[in-house]
Design a protein. Structure first.
Lengths: 175, 140
């Protein structure tokens, strides 16, 4: 493989396990100091977890569907080659369906930027990454379907507004 | 068939990556709910819509992690009597502003990263205000 084409793979992180370990350790230590507080906290936590458990099942199913139908290659293909007004809905949809942590996308966006993709579309793409389809069941569960629908509509609209703002900044030579 | 297996494998991996944080957050929220009095939340949020939205958006900008965490925290804040406006600003800024990720985002240009985060912060408050306004209209 040509070394120039070799892309750095992000290191897998164990941060999430460290975080859980620290919380569990805190509970353990507190258990020796004040058992009642720990017991009541565990009961409250159990109730919260039972509340979100059904949503986790739906999240898994949606994650599987998204992984089945969408890949980073697909997003790159459409975001990179489309042109004109068509780019806005493509930036929106690509942002919504893109998965994984945002830092994984920075090199790809930088690559597309060098190939001529404007900052406006990048901003719109990034804003729409906030819309997480697999996690919608949890958002609906906590905040009702109406709230979720309205919030998503507003966010998608504002993503275009932010994109247009960046188009103007780029035209003005600010960026 | 291979694609379906691969999709399932990725989904399990995604959920496995998410679960420790989710369980940790649930345990933390459970603990905080048990030990903190209601007055702490009402003390942090002043019942002033503008100021509360600024506080919510600022909290969301600095905190980072899976969006699911923000939904749980937001839901629990609502349970504690915090208004929908600051909670929505908190939810939106959590997923659109990334103060912690700013150095990494600078790969796309320092100016771009700073302006994008600043405008996203302002838009988080705007999004919250518009959402609550529309919900108000819908409930009339």
């Amino acid at each position: 493989m040509n070394p120039q084409n070799r892309q750095k793979k992000p290191k897998s992180s164990n941060t999430q396990w460290y975080f859980l370990s620290v919380v569990a350790l805190t509970y353990l230590v507190l258990g020796f100091v004040n058992y009642d507080i720990v017991f009541n906290s565990l009961i409250t936590s159990k109730n919260i977890f039972l509340k979100i458990l059904p949503a986790l099942g739906v999240i898994f199913a949606v994650m599987m569907l998204v992984n089945y139908f969408i890949s980073q290659k697909t997003v790159k293909k459409y975001l990179g080659v489309s042109s004109g007004v068509k780019r806005w809905p493509i930036a929106i949809i690509s942002g919504i369906i893109s998965t994984g942590p945002i830092y994984v996308w920075y090199p790809l966006l930088n690559d597309l930027r060098k190939k001529g993709l404007g900052y406006g579309f990048i901003a719109t793409f990034m804003y729409n990454r906030a819309v997480k389809i697999p996690l919608l069941p949890l958002l609906i569960y906590y905040f009702t379907p109406t709230f979720t629908g309205v919030l998503l509509g507003v966010m998608i609209s504002l993503s275009v507004l932010q994109g247009l703002f960046f188009v103007q900044l780029e035209k003005a030579g600010v960026l | 068939m291979d694609n379906a297996v691969e999709a399932g494998r990725k989904a399990i991996k995604g959920l496995t990556n998410m679960l420790p944080v989710l369980i940790g957050v649930v345990l933390l929220v459970g603990f905080i709910k048990t030990v903190t009095p209601q007055s702490l939340y009402t003390g942090l949020f002043q019942q002033n819509q503008v100021l509360d939205s600024l506080i919510g958006a600022t909290l969301g900008s600095f905190l980072t992690g899976n969006a699911a965490t923000s939904y749980i925290l937001g839901g629990e804040l609502m349970d504690k009597g915090i208004g929908l406006l600051p909670v929505t600003a908190f939810l939106v800024s959590w997923v659109t502003v990334g103060v912690v990720q700013l150095p990494a985002e600078s790969i796309l240009g320092k100016k771009f990263a700073i302006i994008r985060n600043v405008t996203s912060f302002v838009l988080a408050i705007g999004a919250a205000a518009v959402t609550v306004f529309i919900l108000g209209l819908l409930s009339v």
